[in-house]
Design a protein around this ligand. Structure first.
Ligand SMILES: NC(=O)c1ccc[n+]([C@@H]2O[C@H](COP(=O)([O-])OP(=O)(O)OC[C@H]3O[C@@H](n4cnc5c(N)ncnc54)[C@H](OP(=O)(O)O)[C@@H]3O)[C@@H](O)[C@H]2O)c1
Length: 326
């Protein structure tokens, strides 16, 4: 069985590839050429370099594999404009769908996001909760997921959708800023810190993907995958501070001016192709409730998160310290 992982050199992708290789699967990666190639998860002949927006190279990557796990997205680019976000998340997914059908792929696992549910009003949200995307990334991920389901209905391509909860763990540099600021005593809460957050430890999310692979029960289904602990941001910050053995941050700033500043930063940076130092998606971290149920994955896949929030934080701190980030 040969499996293609698009975005296989990203944060989730590199952990997933390691998990697949450990399980004895044959893996091919689709990745952007410019990325650091120092981490050699796979021999060079098992990497197809290219842009997901290029149908020809996507076809080349999919030709000869049995299954595809599609992870590519503009996730880490707060400064994407509409055209770029749409082309990577929607048109890129369309390229994968067409190539998967052409090459008679036996299973496509499409990686969506819990962000398609946006700011959750009824807690905890599950797979049936209304969609409520709150930013460009979430909107384009939702358009892509809807396209995936239309395609499934039109063609019968065996498809599974996974909506991971917000990831953290060794290798992730997105949450690093939060840890660094808390450690240095520079963290300030934007707003009251009551918004709910549910961090998902990377190994648990990888386990969810592996449980969907080669699983008939996963075909035609969407699963929310992650840990099952959610808590207000202020409690998360206290927990991280206690694991870092530093005092809990006390500083707070009101939300409205920070949001205004983020809008201004985007306005001046995005049209010129610069990554804004602050953007609305980063501020939404302090605004949106993210609290989800993973019961469906437990019931159908036998999924169970193995790493508690505290343990995940400890392992992540250890990795940051070992790599000189903290
Ligand atoms: N991290 C989270 O909290 C989270 C939560 C829910 C869902 N997800 C989903 O999980 C998936 C993986 O996310 P991640 O955290 O692993 O993000 P990531 O580290 O940024 O991985 C995404 C990968 O896609 C690649 N990519 C982006 N644009 C591309 C293009 N045009 N052509 C080819 N490759 C391209 C990136 O390469 P470059 O870096 O070279 O551009 C990167 O390797 C995404 O679908 C994301 O929406 C993530």
């Amino acid at each position: 069985m040969k499996i293609l992982v698009t975005g296989g050199k990203g944060f989730l992708g590199s952990h997933l590839v390691a998990g697949l290789v450990k399980d004895g699967e044959e893996v091919r990666i689709f990745a952007h050429k410019h990325q650091d190639t120092s981490k050699k998860e796979l021999a060079e002949e098992n990497v197809v370099w290219g842009d997901i927006r290029d149908q020809t190279v996507v076809e080349k990557a999919i030709n000869g594999v049995d299954k595809v796990i599609h992870l590519v997205s503009n996730f880490r680019k707060g400064g994407s404009d509409k055209k770029e976000a749409y082309s990577i998340n929607v048109e890129g997914t369309n390229n994968v769908l067409n190539a998967a059908l052409k090459h008679k792929i036996k299973q496509l696992i499409h990686c969506s996001t819990i962000g398609v549910h946006g700011n959750v009003r009824s807690i905890p949200a599950d797979e049936e909760t209304d969609f409520n995307p709150c930013d460009l990334y979430q909107e384009t991920k939702l358009i892509a997921e809807k396209r995936v389901w239309e395609f499934y209905k039109e063609t019968g391509l065996p498809t599974t959708v996974i909506r991971p909860i917000s990831l953290f763990g060794p290798g992730d540099l997105r949450m690093l800023k939060l840890f660094q600021m808390i450690k240095k005593g520079r963290f300030f809460m934007v707003g009251k810190g009551n918004a709910l957050f549910q961090p998902a430890y990377i190994d648990d999310v990888v386990r969810g993907f592996l449980l969907c692979l080669n699983n008939e029960k996963a075909i035609g289904e969407a699963f929310i995958i992650g840990g099952d602990e959610y808590l207000p941001l202020k409690a998360l910050v206290r927990l991280i501070a206690s694991e870092l053995k530093v005092p809990s941050p006390k500083l707070k700033v009101p939300l409205a001016p920070v949001l205004w500043l983020a809008t201004l930063c985007e306005h001046f940076c995005v049209p010129f192709g610069f990554e804004p130092p602050l953007h609305r998606r980063r501020v939404s971290f302090f605004q949106n409730n993210r609290a989800f149920s993973v019961e469906k994955a437990k019931r159908i896949l036998g999924y169970e998160p193995h790493v508690s929030l505290r343990e995940g934080i400890q392992r992540t701190i250890q990795w940051y310290e070992d790599h000189g980030w903290l």
